[in-house]
Design a protein around this ligand. Structure first.
Ligand code: Z5A
Length: 210
């Protein structure tokens, strides 16, 4: 049996990742592909406990240092890969993950100031050479993303309460990641109707795996 493909979705708040991973899952399943949908932080029972530690206490905004956040994200990721991602890929399933390592680079690195080389060392230590086959980066102006997240009525998330400057750094981070990794990353203008964004993503899938 051939190994499945690992596809990650990245972007700032309200960029439409959750919407698009579901649309892509439906599209692939209609083509007969077996898909496992997952997310970070979390994605397996043990890793979800770490998600709760990171995101479950918005009243304690800033209680973790950026270094500690970074370590917890990689600890959760290690467990998620071992429990869910790697077993699914080796059984031939395609795995679609809502956020992965690029989020740590954008949020803890670009926006929170953790040195990129330290994140890279940690990535290498925790993941070795494991990385996505394709990363879809959804790009959207910060104001539009935050307004979408607010209209969904869940703007209490610990990261959604950060400053606009923080969110702009996250966006710049993702744009830089896309520019530096043109083979792995596919940048999508997410400031369009969901069906139009989905069509762009399907093109990227066909180009890479078709
Ligand atoms: N984080 C980190 O710091 N370091 C890490 O290593 C990792 C994560 C892995 C996880 O939050 C937080 O953890 C995240 C970064 C940090 N920061 N935040 N917040 P999460 O998983 O709870 O939330 P999220 O990943 O940011 O997703 P989100 O804010 O829920 O947004 P989304 O998934 O990108 O968007 P959506 O839910 O699909 O859409 C949002 C709303 O817009 C919804 O009402 C949709 O119906 C609507 N929508 C979607 N697409 C469109 C279009 N095209 N037009 C108009 N409206 C749309």
């Amino acid at each position: 049996m051939s190994r499945g493909h690992f596809i990650t979705f990245e972007g700032g708040e309200g960029a439409g990742k959750t919407t698009q991973v579901q649309l892509l899952k439906n599209f692939l399943e209609n083509k007969g592909v077996s898909v496992v949908l997952t997310r970070e932080p979390g994605g397996s029972p043990a890793a979800e406990r770490l998600r709760e530690a990171l995101l479950g206490m918005p009243e304690h905004l800033g209680s973790w240092t950026a270094d500690t956040e970074c370590l917890i994200h990689f600890a959760a990721r290690c467990q998620h890969i071992a429990d869910v991602i790697e077993p699914a890929l080796s059984k031939g399933h395609w795995v679609i993950c809502d956020r992965f390592t690029d989020s740590t680079i954008a949020y803890q690195g670009y926006a929170s100031g953790v040195d990129q080389s330290r994140i890279r060392s940690l990535q290498h230590w925790a993941l070795k050479d494991f990385e996505p086959d394709l990363t879809i980066i959804l790009d959207l102006p910060v104001e539009a993303g935050l307004s979408r997240a607010a209209s969904r009525g869940s703007a209490s998330d610990i990261y959604e309460r950060r400053t606009k400057e923080f969110h702009n750094s996250v966006r710049e981070g993702f744009l830089d990641i896309a520019a530096k990794n043109p083979t792995r990353c596919y940048l999508v203008n997410a400031d369009r109707e969901a069906s139009v964004v989905a069509a762009s993503i399907r093109q990227a899938i066909d180009k890479r795996f078709g």
